[in-house]
Design a protein around this ligand. Sequence first.
Ligand code: NAI
Ligand code: 15L
Length: 268
Amino acid sequence: MTQPQTVLLTGAAGGVGSFLRASLPGYGYDLRLSDIAPVPGAPEALTVDLRDAAAVREAVRGVDAVVHLGGLSLEDSFERILAANIEGLHHLYEAVRAENVRRVVFASSNHTVGFVPRPPDPEKAVLPVDTPLRPDTYYGLSKCFGESLASLYADKYGVETVSIRIGSCFATPLNTRMLETWLSPADAARLVHAALTAPDVRHTVVYGISANTRGWWDLAPARALGYRPQDDSESYAAQVLAEHGELVPGSPEHTYLGGPFTTVEPPR
Ligand code: NAI
Ligand code: 15L
């Protein structure tokens, strides 16, 4: 597909938004920034609450593509997740359809499959992208909804989406689990650029991590879009392990893909 020119970046005030608003212009994009919160250093950013369908439509008008990062990024009450991540996402896709925007890059999450057991030997395992969904939170459930909504809008209305199941996108890996799940900011930009420019994606789901030696999620679907990760969390391994140690058998981080999101609670 021809590279989109003007791209709406929702969630621009957040952690990933801050990385991408610095890096994506270097790939030739003109960014329109939006968030419910002020975007530091960007007074021109639009203040848009995803719960407000009219404001979302206004924000989308005239762009060529959307990189959708906005919404709640951690577990919360079902009501708040429903409003921001589920109804908010519906507002976004309705706006995209009405304004004839062709491509969305959706920030999905590894927490769509958080209750997948972590394999005994992760370095020898490869988790396929079509593994059955096993959300670990209402937050993860909202990302499952997002992927399904994207599929519906691709089949019914021709709106194309790449859903990126992001691992852990931070400047550096913050703990031992992130040696497996890290997505470096520079690789995040590489992956989003590939997702914006790959031809005929319809609805494609990919995992979003760097070329981590300890990674165990299949990167072939992302590579098929043109993603060529350059970073590996292994360069931080000695430092991270000295600080945090190995994963403890029986802990959520050792047991399930979704790590700290996968606490199991007794029935009420
Ligand atoms: P973040 O929480 O730092 O940023 C999210 C942004 O969305 C915030 O700036 C917030 O103000 C905005 N927002 C919240 N509710 C809103 C609403 N009702 N209307 C408009 N904007 C609203 O999250 P982060 O880490 O930057 O993540 C970005 C996206 O990537 C999120 O969708 C998150 O679920 C997803 N993701 C991030 C991962 C990571 O490692 N950082 C891992 C997996 C997924
Ligand atoms: C996510 O989906 C969260 O938004 C982020 O804050 C991290 O916790 C990440 O997953 C992770 O699994 O490390």
